[in-house]
Design a protein around this ligand. Sequence first.
Ligand SMILES: Nc1ncnc2c1ncn2[C@@H]1O[C@H](COP(=O)(O)OP(=O)(O)OP(=O)(O)O)[C@@H](O)[C@H]1O
Length: 230
Amino acid sequence: MMELIKLIDLKKIYSHKYNKTFALDGINLSIKQGELIAVMGPSGSGKSSLLHILGLMDSPSEGEFLLNGKSLQQIKKHKVHKTRNQMIGFVFQYFALLKDYSVIDNVTLPLMYRKSRHKERIAKAKLYLEKVGLKEHIYKKADELSGGQQQRVAIARALVGEPELILADEPTGNLDRRTGEEIIDILQQLNSEGKTIVIVTHDLEVARKCNRIIELIDGKIHTDQFTKSL
Ligand SMILES: Nc1ncnc2c1ncn2[C@@H]1O[C@H](COP(=O)(O)OP(=O)(O)OP(=O)(O)O)[C@@H](O)[C@H]1O
């Protein structure tokens, strides 16, 4: 399998006056295409910092980040957002939907930055809304949906740009157990179709469904277990 991401001795350091926090402290990690990874660890262990760096929303303080074999430093600043928009889809715990917008408008949003036609954008959005089982709700406003349905909208929105990598931050954190399981089933299904997925989670049930569990402690990889081979 091809290596999608490689991190070499990566550090994220926050400095405050006399204080330095090593949010990530020497991370070495290789993520291959098609993996389904759970990132676990106690509060403050660096999970969000890692996810933000993987999502190109934040840059490392030290170390190397290779994306498809190319060093991030080689990607020019103004191209980073384009790379992010094309390669990465995000699913957050709090859905981050525009509440007053319709479901379909929320899902077409990531495509606005691309030079695609309105009709194509709508067709793509419908395709992915169907995939997450929301075909009947596309013209409702986002806040008229249940939590589980809103999370599905967020997944459709993450998918619509057809990214290689999906990053999910506690995607079941705000949902009841059964709805959470449905969301994980969708992510598992997407993974079986070839998507690479990284999920930050506190939920052991979620982690059990992944191929690999990485546990962070104090900004370091404490354990890295492959539970199922690809
Ligand atoms: N913007 C920031 N400025 C200073 N310190 C920060 C900042 N963001 C995170 N940190 C610190 O970096 C460390 C790692 O934080 P991070 O949010 O990555 O942990 P986490 O594992 O995601 O925690 P949680 O499970 O509580 O969300 C913590 O000690 C945190 O206080």
